[in-house]
Design a protein around this ligand. Structure first.
Ligand SMILES: [Zn+2]
Ligand SMILES: [Zn+2]
Length: 246
């Protein structure tokens, strides 16, 4: 599978960079993972938005759904869209107002996922874990069925020990790292140190830091995570337009 970064800042766009969004591809299947600000203009550079097969959302904070409405308009109004094709948008149902907004009649269809159930999504088997966050949010573990490769995305989360089994031996662990070391046990986000510690304990193969802060020295953030992850796990900062082959 291939993961392309469309946006990797937390909270709000800054200096021409948008917030959380990724394109996850396997074969000819195209999945949009969260839809933060600037998603659509970045997506247009790598894929025709009409070629999406589905969208999946970790939670409904603005920095993860800011471009969802305009993606719905793209599908509704673009002259080349096949009117028979409806775009499924997967989200949780713990906030019904937001869940219901995933459906635009004849264009997009809200689809629910549940923590207790595996979701078969094209080439992926997806499992979910509720995170530590001010609003309901779910981490996702994607297993590519054809290869057995594993990609884990934390969504937004404070430290949670159950990430160790959830991310176990992931080929790529994409972790919300909005905070520098020294702010551990925050109610909403990992610190660099916590992301590295979980990566080490879970024996992941690679750690990528995302939901990056707008201020501070990101090389320090990376170094703090690398120190906690040990010398054997490569730690990288997510970067817009960068792709990972998993
Ligand atoms: Zn966020
Ligand atoms: Zn959030």
């Amino acid at each position: 599978m291939k993961l392309t970064v469309l946006g990797c800042l937390g909270a709000y766009p800054y200096q021409n960079q948008g917030t959380t969004s990724f394109l996850l591809q396997s074969g000819d299947y195209n999945l949009l993972l969260d839809a933060g600000s600037a998603t659509l203009v970045q997506l247009e550079q790598v894929l025709d938005p009409l070629a999406l097969d589905a969208v999946i959302l970790s939670h409904y904070h603005h920095d993860h759904i800011a471009d969802l409405g305009v993606l719905q308009y793209y599908w509704q109004l673009h002259p080349k869209r096949n009117p028979e094709k409806i775009l499924p948008i997967y989200g949780h149902t713990e906030d019904l107002q937001h869940f219901e907004a995933l459906t635009l009649a004849g264009v997009t269809a809200g689809q629910e996922y549940f923590e207790a159930e595996e979701l078969l999504l094209g080439p992926f088997l997806v499992t979910f874990m509720k995170t530590i966050h001010p609003v309901p949010c779910f981490a996702m573990r994607f297993v590519e069925r054809g290869t057995g490769k594993v990609f884990v995305f934390t969504g937004d989360s404070g430290y949670l020990e159950s990430f160790v089994p959830f991310a176990k031996e992931a080929d790529l662990f994409l972790a919300d790292t909005y905070l520098f070391a020294g702010n551990e046990r925050h109610h909403a986000h990992f610190t660099s140190k916590e992301a590295g510690e979980i990566a080490l304990a879970a024996k992941v193969k690679k750690l990528v830091l995302t939901h990056l802060p707008q201020f501070g020295d990101l090389t320090q953030l990376q170094a703090e995570a690398q120190l906690a992850a040990g010398t054997k796990i490569p730690v990288e900062l997510a970067a817009v337009n960068h792709s990972y082959n998993i």
